[in-house]
Write a new protein. Structure first.
Length: 95
């Protein structure tokens, strides 16, 4: 079971697993000091950095899938990045 929606401008499908939502809800219910925001926001900014650099490098994204343990980014077709492009995508997470 999962939540699915599409961002029309990018044609990007977003999938969120039930367990991701369950863990997130549990953290929100138990986090009375709002520590989760100091963890979740930097993680989202980090992953968005990878996504933005991939889009600038011409890699067409088809899907982003949120699970409790990782965030998977699925590309459309075969995209071979140069070594520089690979380094840029890896460094994009620092943003």
């Amino acid at each position: 079971m999962e939540l699915r929606f599409t961002i029309p401008l990018l044609g990007l499908r977003i999938r969120v697993s039930f367990w991701f939502l369950a863990v997130l809800t549990l953290f929100l219910l138990l986090d009375y000091q709002l520590v989760l925001w100091y963890v979740a926001v930097p993680i989202l900014i980090h992953e968005a950095g990878h996504l933005v650099v991939m889009l600038f490098c011409g890699v067409a994204m088809s899907e982003v899938f949120f699970t409790p343990f990782d965030i998977r980014m699925v590309t459309r077709g075969k995209h071979a990045l140069s070594y520089g492009g690979e380094i840029a995508v890896a460094a994009g997470g620092i943003a």
